[in-house]
Design a protein around this ligand. Structure first.
Ligand SMILES: [Zn+2]
Length: 170
Protein backbone atom coordinates (compact mmCIF):
# COMPACT_ATOMS: atom_id res chain seq x y z
CA UNK A 1 0.00 0.00 0.00
CA UNK A 2 2.75 2.45 1.04
CA UNK A 3 4.85 1.48 -1.97
CA UNK A 4 1.87 2.12 -4.21
CA UNK A 5 1.30 5.61 -2.74
CA UNK A 6 4.99 6.47 -3.07
CA UNK A 7 4.93 5.43 -6.71
CA UNK A 8 1.86 7.60 -7.37
CA UNK A 9 3.53 10.56 -5.66
CA UNK A 10 6.52 10.40 -7.99
CA UNK A 11 4.34 10.48 -11.09
CA UNK A 12 2.15 13.36 -9.90
CA UNK A 13 3.03 16.89 -10.98
CA UNK A 14 4.20 19.19 -8.17
CA UNK A 15 1.52 21.30 -6.50
CA UNK A 16 1.12 24.77 -7.99
CA UNK A 17 1.48 27.73 -5.68
CA UNK A 18 -1.48 29.98 -6.27
CA UNK A 19 -0.32 33.11 -4.48
CA UNK A 20 1.33 35.81 -6.56
CA UNK A 21 3.67 38.47 -5.29
CA UNK A 22 4.48 41.76 -6.96
CA UNK A 23 8.25 42.24 -7.42
CA UNK A 24 8.14 45.35 -5.23
CA UNK A 25 7.16 43.11 -2.32
CA UNK A 26 10.34 41.10 -2.66
CA UNK A 27 12.78 43.99 -2.81
CA UNK A 28 11.53 46.94 -0.88
CA UNK A 29 13.25 50.25 -1.44
CA UNK A 30 14.88 51.85 1.56
CA UNK A 31 14.51 55.59 1.73
CA UNK A 32 17.77 57.60 1.92
CA UNK A 33 16.75 58.81 5.39
CA UNK A 34 16.23 55.25 6.62
CA UNK A 35 19.55 54.22 5.08
CA UNK A 36 21.38 57.00 6.96
CA UNK A 37 19.54 56.06 10.14
CA UNK A 38 20.69 52.43 9.83
CA UNK A 39 24.25 53.51 9.00
CA UNK A 40 24.35 55.68 12.12
CA UNK A 41 22.92 52.88 14.23
CA UNK A 42 25.57 50.39 13.12
CA UNK A 43 28.51 52.80 12.84
CA UNK A 44 29.80 51.82 16.26
CA UNK A 45 29.58 48.05 16.14
CA UNK A 46 32.90 46.56 17.29
CA UNK A 47 33.69 44.93 13.94
CA UNK A 48 33.85 48.36 12.29
CA UNK A 49 37.08 49.12 14.13
CA UNK A 50 39.00 46.53 12.13
CA UNK A 51 37.74 47.76 8.78
CA UNK A 52 38.48 51.34 9.83
CA UNK A 53 42.05 50.44 10.81
CA UNK A 54 42.67 48.23 7.78
CA UNK A 55 40.35 49.45 5.02
CA UNK A 56 42.21 47.70 2.20
CA UNK A 57 42.02 43.95 1.93
CA UNK A 58 45.51 42.52 1.46
CA UNK A 59 46.52 39.42 -0.45
CA UNK A 60 48.59 38.05 2.45
CA UNK A 61 48.10 38.23 6.24
CA UNK A 62 50.23 40.70 8.22
CA UNK A 63 52.61 38.05 9.58
CA UNK A 64 53.85 37.09 6.08
CA UNK A 65 56.23 40.05 6.34
CA UNK A 66 57.90 38.70 9.50
CA UNK A 67 61.44 37.67 8.49
CA UNK A 68 62.86 36.10 11.67
CA UNK A 69 61.29 33.26 13.60
CA UNK A 70 59.28 34.58 16.53
CA UNK A 71 57.64 32.90 19.51
CA UNK A 72 54.01 31.99 19.05
CA UNK A 73 53.06 34.58 21.68
CA UNK A 74 54.24 37.37 19.33
CA UNK A 75 51.77 36.38 16.60
CA UNK A 76 49.02 35.82 19.16
CA UNK A 77 49.53 39.16 20.92
CA UNK A 78 49.65 41.20 17.73
CA UNK A 79 46.70 39.42 16.15
CA UNK A 80 44.66 40.01 19.30
CA UNK A 81 45.72 43.65 19.35
CA UNK A 82 44.66 44.07 15.73
CA UNK A 83 41.30 42.43 16.29
CA UNK A 84 40.83 43.77 19.86
CA UNK A 85 40.16 40.27 21.10
CA UNK A 86 42.70 40.26 23.93
CA UNK A 87 42.19 38.49 27.22
CA UNK A 88 41.54 41.60 29.29
CA UNK A 89 39.05 41.91 32.11
CA UNK A 90 36.74 44.15 30.10
CA UNK A 91 36.54 41.56 27.33
CA UNK A 92 36.27 38.51 29.62
CA UNK A 93 33.45 40.32 31.42
CA UNK A 94 31.39 40.19 28.20
CA UNK A 95 30.96 36.44 28.48
CA UNK A 96 31.72 35.90 32.18
CA UNK A 97 29.78 38.40 34.32
CA UNK A 98 31.60 37.20 37.46
CA UNK A 99 34.83 38.74 36.14
CA UNK A 100 34.78 42.46 36.81
CA UNK A 101 35.78 44.65 33.84
CA UNK A 102 37.96 46.89 36.04
CA UNK A 103 41.72 47.07 36.10
CA UNK A 104 42.92 45.50 39.40
CA UNK A 105 45.30 48.44 39.90
CA UNK A 106 42.97 51.28 38.85
CA UNK A 107 39.42 50.35 39.91
CA UNK A 108 37.89 53.39 38.20
CA UNK A 109 39.15 52.29 34.76
CA UNK A 110 38.14 49.31 32.65
CA UNK A 111 41.00 46.98 31.86
CA UNK A 112 41.21 47.21 28.08
CA UNK A 113 44.23 46.63 25.87
CA UNK A 114 44.60 50.38 25.40
CA UNK A 115 44.53 50.83 29.19
CA UNK A 116 47.24 48.22 29.75
CA UNK A 117 49.53 49.51 27.02
CA UNK A 118 49.02 53.25 27.17
CA UNK A 119 47.44 54.23 30.49
CA UNK A 120 47.84 51.90 33.48
CA UNK A 121 50.03 53.45 36.18
CA UNK A 122 51.36 50.02 37.12
CA UNK A 123 53.48 49.85 33.97
CA UNK A 124 54.70 53.44 33.85
CA UNK A 125 58.44 52.68 33.76
CA UNK A 126 58.15 49.98 31.09
CA UNK A 127 55.87 52.24 29.07
CA UNK A 128 58.54 54.93 29.02
CA UNK A 129 60.93 52.34 27.57
CA UNK A 130 58.28 51.43 24.99
CA UNK A 131 57.73 55.05 23.97
CA UNK A 132 61.45 55.68 23.61
CA UNK A 133 61.91 52.53 21.52
CA UNK A 134 59.16 53.34 19.01
CA UNK A 135 60.80 54.31 15.69
CA UNK A 136 60.92 58.04 14.90
CA UNK A 137 59.24 57.63 11.50
CA UNK A 138 55.90 56.67 13.08
CA UNK A 139 53.18 59.23 12.39
CA UNK A 140 52.80 61.46 15.41
CA UNK A 141 50.76 62.04 17.54
CA UNK A 142 49.82 58.41 17.90
CA UNK A 143 47.65 56.20 20.03
CA UNK A 144 47.43 52.43 20.20
CA UNK A 145 45.05 52.19 17.23
CA UNK A 146 47.18 54.38 14.95
CA UNK A 147 50.30 52.44 15.95
CA UNK A 148 48.60 49.16 15.08
CA UNK A 149 47.16 50.56 11.83
CA UNK A 150 50.59 51.55 10.48
CA UNK A 151 51.47 47.85 10.33
CA UNK A 152 55.17 48.43 11.01
CA UNK A 153 56.88 45.28 12.22
CA UNK A 154 59.34 47.30 14.36
CA UNK A 155 56.39 48.81 16.22
CA UNK A 156 54.77 45.41 16.68
CA UNK A 157 58.06 44.11 18.11
CA UNK A 158 58.28 47.05 20.54
CA UNK A 159 54.74 46.44 21.78
CA UNK A 160 55.39 42.71 22.14
CA UNK A 161 58.62 43.44 24.08
CA UNK A 162 56.62 45.70 26.39
CA UNK A 163 54.06 42.93 26.99
CA UNK A 164 56.93 40.52 27.74
CA UNK A 165 58.45 42.95 30.23
CA UNK A 166 55.19 43.46 32.11
CA UNK A 167 54.61 39.69 31.92
CA UNK A 168 51.23 40.00 30.23
CA UNK A 169 49.98 38.17 27.22
CA UNK A 170 46.83 39.09 25.43
ZN1 LIG B 1 45.30 50.11 35.44
Amino acid sequence: MVDCMAKQATTRSPPQIAAEYPPTELKKKISPEKHLECAAQYAYIPGNRYTNLFPFLKRNPWFYRVRDAKPKSFYRNITRLRTRHGRTNSRIHLFDPLTLPDCPRCPEDAETMAHIISECSQYEADRNDLLSSIPRDVTSPFNLDTLIAEEKLEVYECIDDFLDKIERSL
